[in-house]
Design a protein around this ligand. Structure first.
Ligand SMILES: *Cc1c(COP(=O)(O)O)cnc(C)c1O
Length: 457
């Protein structure tokens, strides 16, 4: 071992991993059996596409149990989990405080379709600690929250077109399942069958991190743009961290044109800090959407804005939006319990420091070995990219061919007891339940996997 490397990995870094070669595949017998059955019930055997493991090796693992930073599959394999149910589980799996509050609430019934005090309680927690919203509306998913925010922006501005960015995901409503066509500023093309072409034509799609494209779009569609929607920090197609100057430019151009700026914070909300990406950039979006962490593992979304803008929502105003289970008491209880923990002093500081150390430790190793590999990270979100670029800020800069490397890494990690989301385009999450011991263990497994990926480089 090189002396310089030895030094780099001394102390809390532990020893350099020994390249042990590929490990034998874990047993997936029970998962396979369940998957075969599931395929007879559900398209692709799943209730949300990426779960089907189409971009990685093997059949999907059926999860039986989660506790803290661990999950166990149907075959009894144990994993340190970095998927965290795709983001909601910032406290880890099945945290006592959330579970107990949910159970206590359920003793009184599960849904009334009438207001409850729990809705006030969760709303107060959010509004008191977030300067971006004065009034809110709860929904049952992130998709619904974003879809409704778009309707609100259209109703408020009395304009029809919206602008989104290539590489941002905003749920699966029709107006947003739209990708860029060819050209710098384009009418969107549907990215799913079943989305009418006429809907897609109301959505303009441009690349991220490109002020010229933005300027051109506003020049072309002046007075027609109801809203620009952007993920607080784009984290559904890699982690495309935008420069503060770009966010500032975006705010200004929206303001100058009477276009509302929507921050879709379904992933970043309560993740980067209690005020999400808006707090991180000190930005002032007109409408924000939240989901994921907000529901403490149960289905909750919300959108919020100034009292004036929210005054346009029914029954106060003319923009209709409703939900049989909106503000569901059990889901509210989970949200209250989870958000209460996040508001404790030092919560984000500790979590983010832990995640930063984890990401940087992996990066130091990859850099020392000259691997074409970058760990992009912000707060407790990280993304493994097989690239030598120092920054990746737009979808085009992601190398599709590099996903083959992720596939190998994913298998090696599963075989070492580490669970990542089953796609190289997905980010990972560190939760408060990941202790330094597990993070160290995971890091060593990741380093071993990298050695295998780059064995024949
Ligand atoms: C997850 C996500 C959504 C969709 O939320 P669902 O609860 O899956 O409907 C929308 N926007 C962003 C930024 C997301 O990360």
């Amino acid at each position: 071992m090189l002396e310089s490397l030895k030094k780099m990995f001394s102390g809390n870094e532990g020893d350099m991993p020994v390249n042990t070669g590929s490990k034998p595949d874990i047993s997936r017998e029970k998962s396979k059996e369940l998957y075969e059955k599931a395929k007879t019930y559900f398209p692709g055997g799943v209730n949300s596409p990426v779960r089907a493991f189409k971009s990685v090796y093997g059949t999907p693992l059926f999860i039986q149990k989660g506790d803290g930073c661990f999950v166990w599959d149907a075959d009894g394999n144990q994993f340190i989990d970095f998927c965290g149910s795709w983001g909601p589980l910032i406290l880890g799996h099945n945290p006592t405080k959330v579970r107990e509050k949910v159970i206590e609430t359920m003793q009184n019934g599960m849904s009334f379709g009438a207001p409850t005090a729990l809705e006030n309680e969760l709303a107060e927690l959010i509004i008191k600690n977030n300067k971006h919203v004065e009034k809110i509306r709860f929904t049952s998913s992130g998709t619904e929250a974003v879809m409704s925010a778009i309707r609100l922006a259209r109703g408020y501005t009395k304009r029809d077109k919206i602008l989104k960015f290539e590489g941002c995901y905003h749920g699966h409503s029709d107006s947003l399942l739209v990708k860029a066509g060819s050209g710098l500023v384009t009418f969107g093309e549907t990215s799913s069958l079943g989305v009418p072409k006429s809907f897609a034509e109301e959505t303009i799609v441009i690349p991220l991190n490109d002020t010229d494209a933005l300027t051109q779009a506003f020049a072309q569609f002046k007075d027609q743009l109801a809203a620009v929607i952007i993920e607080g920090i784009p984290a559904n197609n890699g982690l495309l961290i935008q420069d503060p100057a770009y966010i500032e430019f975006l705010q200004k151009i929206c303001k100058d044109n009477g276009t509302l700026l929507i921050f879709d914070e379904v992933i970043t909300g309560f993740r980067l800090g209690f005020e999400g990406a808006a707090g991180y950039y000190n930005a002032k979006p007109d409408i924000v959407t939240y989901g994921k962490i907000l529901g403490g593992g149960l289905p909750v979304g919300m959108y919020g804005a100034s009292a004036e803008i929210m005054g346009h929502i029914s029954p106060d105003g003319g923009v209709y939006q409703a939900g049989t289970l909106s503000g569901n008491p059990v889901a509210m209880a989970a949200g209250i319990a989870q958000l209460t923990e996040l508001l404790k002093s030092g919560f984000y500081k500790e979590l983010n420091a832990k995640a930063t150390e984890f990401a940087e430790g992996i990066q130091r190793f990859a850099t020392a070995r000259s691997y074409k590999f970058k760990v992009f990270h912000v707060g407790s979100i990280f993304w493994f990219a097989f690239t030598d670029k120092d920054k990746i800020q737009c979808a085009e800069d992601i190398d599709a061919a590099s996903m083959e490397k992720f596939k190998i890494m994913h298998r090696e990690l599963l075989n070492r007891g580490i669970y990542l989301g089953p796609s190289g385009y997905e980010v990972g999450f560190v939760s408060a339940a990941h202790t330094k011991i597990e993070l160290e263990k995971a890091k060593r497994a990741i380093l071993e996997a990298l050695d295998i990926v780059f064995r024949n480089k």
